[in-house]
Design a protein around this ligand. Structure first.
Ligand code: PLP
Length: 324
């Protein structure tokens, strides 16, 4: 933790982490990988500052709480066109591509490909007809393979699936760099950071070190194809139980359900507290749903073994047997 970020020991750690991330995601040479600070929420401002490139508007898909935050922040820097929204059904689905109203002159199209709070995940990649696609992948990056070439920029905070809080990943196509708005803080200018190998200022060195270990762990698991198969099996176990139960249910449209974040509800929400208490007694914590959605939410990131999901289903089944 005391190593200088400019020392050869740390540079070797950062280079290895970048090489492993590039290998895992199949990132081509015409993309920069940046290890930054500020989190995904700071990126909500940093992205328009960097990517407007002389344009004055951007398209955003509004699929939940994190999209709403991105939109609110972007409005400080440009005109936001909400090209698609699932607000009409309380953010329980991803709007079909055929309903999107993209604008020709948008600087980019922004999506949140896994809505952590609502539990809604894109299982397809939007076609933006040449306009750069920008994705907040904070809560499902590295849970499955991604065709990076379909995106102009991918970003995410590390703390869900990658490593400790404090590290922000930005993967950005070279050709989009170099046009930051004049008032962009230098530490948040992608071009300046890219030219300095993410060391314009001190990067979050310890978080990069741990993320590097996670990348190596993922490679040992067989890479993203292998981890995806595990994540599919974990999610299926939980959703199959929810769909078969008349006591618990999933509020999300089946085709758009997240493999990482599984919100679920009791038919009678008066039992929520009793369920959370029973779960806690069985050693299961952090199951309370976000206040925007209510009910419960199981976050089953890469690090959650299938045994953890099996145990949760047992606890739910036992609770249903007593109270159902
Ligand atoms: C957790 C999360 C964030 C939060 O970003 P921070 O700035 O790191 O707090 C943003 N977007 C999504 C999709 C998230 O899941």
């Amino acid at each position: 933790m005391e190593m200088s970020h400019r020392g050869k020991e740390f540079i070797a750690i950062a280079d290895q982490a970048e090489a492993d991330l590039r290998e895992l995601l199949g990132i081509a040479a015409d993309y920069k990988v940046l290890f930054l600070q500020g989190g995904a929420v700071a990126e909500n401002a940093i992205i328009p500052m960097n990517l407007l490139r002389g344009k004055t508007s951007a398209d955003y898909a509004n699929t939940g709480e994190w999209s709403k935050k991105s939109i609110k922040e972007a409005k400080k820097y440009c005109t936001v066109n909400v090209a698609a929204s699932s607000e009409d059904r309380n953010f329980t689905y991803v709007p079909a591509q055929s309903t999107w109203k993209l604008s020709k002159d948008a600087a980019y199209v922004h999506v949140c490909t896994n809505e952590t709070i609502g539990g809604v995940e894109y299982h397809w990649t939007p076609d933006t007809g040449g306009v750069p696609l920008v994705a907040d992948m904070s809560s499902h990056i590295l849970s499955r393979p991604v065709d990076v070439s379909r995106y102009g920029l991918i970003y995410g905070g590390a703390q869900k699936n990658v490593g400790p809080a404090g590290l922000t990943l930005v993967i950005v196509r070279d050709s989009l760099l170099g046009n930051a708005l004049p008032f962009t803080p230098s530490a948040f200018d992608f071009k300046q950071q890219a030219d300095a190998d993410s060391m314009y200022n001190t990067p979050p060195t310890y978080a990069i070190y741990i993320a590097g270990l996670v990348f190596q762990w993922l490679k040992r698991q067989g890479g993203l194809q292998a981890i995806e198969q595990r994540n599919i099996a974990k999610a299926k176990l939980l959703y199959d139980y929810l769909d078969g139960s008349s006591f618990f249910r999933s509020p999300v449209h089946p085709a758009d359900r997240s493999r990482m974040n599984v919100p679920f509800k009791l038919r009678d929400e008066a039992l929520d507290e009793a369920f959370l208490k029973a779960a806690k007694a069985a050693g299961m914590v952090q199951l309370k749903g976000h206040r925007a959605v209510g009910g419960m939410r199981a976050s089953i990131y890469n690090a959650m073994p299938i045994a953890g999901v099996q145990r949760l289903v047992e606890v739910m089944r036992d609770f249903e047997a007593v109270h159902g």
